[in-house]
Design a protein around this ligand. Structure first.
Ligand SMILES: NC(=O)c1ccc[n+]([C@@H]2O[C@H](COP(=O)([O-])OP(=O)(O)OC[C@H]3O[C@@H](n4cnc5c(N)ncnc54)[C@H](O)[C@@H]3O)[C@@H](O)[C@H]2O)c1
Length: 310
């Protein structure tokens, strides 16, 4: 019998705890929850373990303030850091979270040399670039979660607008996480039919705008934090694709080495996710306008990364 997979989640806040919950509900493996706050990862792990008899999972849950328990993880999800408050951009978080994520990566990679790292902390594209540099890992084993969330939001809005099942809707989103993301309506479909055939341009533009602003919409409602259910679900879809070697095509922040005309930078693109991490960057043909929007998005990511002087 193969041992169970081990998934460590660093940062036991809203997103981290939700990731832990969805991971054990899907029985993807045992979970180690790490945080700097004493008692919080321990308490949440114990609480989640006690939901096991009801939900029927046997995954082991460990909460800790040290990294020793993360040794030999298969996947490490990094959510540690500060979340946005109203009026704050993801970029405001840059320097504070760079310090936190840099420290976390150092601790993690020393103990799990073969792990796949999934970054969630914002500003996402810059944090994943930093984690890759700090880890010394090959780029296919350091991946960022963003496009999946942006596309889940777009899918929700499209399904609502057309009053169809969310399961019938696929959405295609490229570029950096945030205001410069590039949704591609002509590759976004309902049961295979492009939404450009189903909705007028003004309607699509409005849905795109709401998607690009999707994180801020929730921050403004919650006031004390940012979204975590959909971010948690998106992250766990990546964990599942990796551990089950599904070869699933998902939009993620991946290292580009010339694809889409971008070199040496993490940006959101469709990738094939399997046990090796990013097994392929999927390149699709873009119209000149889409290519220009993608370039603007990548330039914004590069500008942020340059501030970090990696
Ligand atoms: N990529 C995305 O699409 C996406 C979506 C949602 C949230 N986020 C980001 O994820 C991060 C977490 O969001 P959240 O809502 O869970 O925030 P949160 O404040 O609820 O949780 C963050 C946790 O990190 C912990 N932490 C801080 N420093 C640490 C360290 N050095 N080591 C270990 N843990 C540490 C904190 O104690 C806290 O428990 C934020 O940066 C947020 O902006 C990204």
């Amino acid at each position: 019998m193969a041992a169970r997979s081990k998934i460590s989640v660093v940062g036991a806040g809203n997103v981290g705890a939700t990731v832990a919950q969805y991971v054990v509900e899907k029985e993807l493996g045992d979970v180690v929850l790490v945080d700097v706050i004493e008692g919080v990862p321990q308490g949440k792990a114990l609480d989640l373990a006690q939901a096991g008899p009801i939900h029927g999972y046997d995954s082991r849950l460990t909460g800790t303030n040290s990294y020793d328990e993360t040794t030999d993880s298969d996947v490490v999800v990094i959510t540690a850091g500060l979340a946005r408050k109203p009026g704050m951009t993801r970029d405001d978080l840059l320097f504070k979270n760079a310090e936190i994520v840099g420290g976390v990566v150092e601790q993690v990679v020393r103990r799990s040399k073969h792990a796949i790292l999934i970054l969630v902390t914002n500003p996402l594209d810059a944090m994943v670039q930093l984690a890759w540099k700090k880890s010394g890992f090959p780029p296919e084993r350091v991946i960022g979660m963003a496009g999946l969330l942006d596309s889940a939001r777009f899918r929700t809005f499209i399904a609502g607008e057309l009053s169809v099942s969310v399961e019938n809707v696929t959405a295609f989103v490229l570029g950096g996480h945030g205001d410069t993301m590039v949704p591609l309506p002509r590759y976004s479909t309902v049961a295979g039919v492009p939404i450009t055939e189903l909705l007028p341009k003004e309607k699509i533009d409005a849905l795109v705008k709401r998607t690009a602003n999707g994180g801020a919409e929730i921050v403004n409602l919650l006031k004390t934090g940012s979204a975590y259910y959909a971010p948690g679900a998106s992250t766990v879809e990546m964990v599942e694709a990796i551990l089950k070697d599904k070869k699933k095509i998902l939009p993620c922040a991946a290292y580009l080495n010339g694809q889409y005309g971008v070199k040496g930078l993490y940006v959101g693109v469709p990738v094939k996710l399997g046990r090796g991490g990013v097994e392929q960057v999927i390149e699709i043909r873009l119209t000149p306008e889409e290519q220009a929007a993608f370039k603007r998005s990548a330039d914004a990511v590069r500008e942020l990364v340059e501030k970090l002087k990696l």
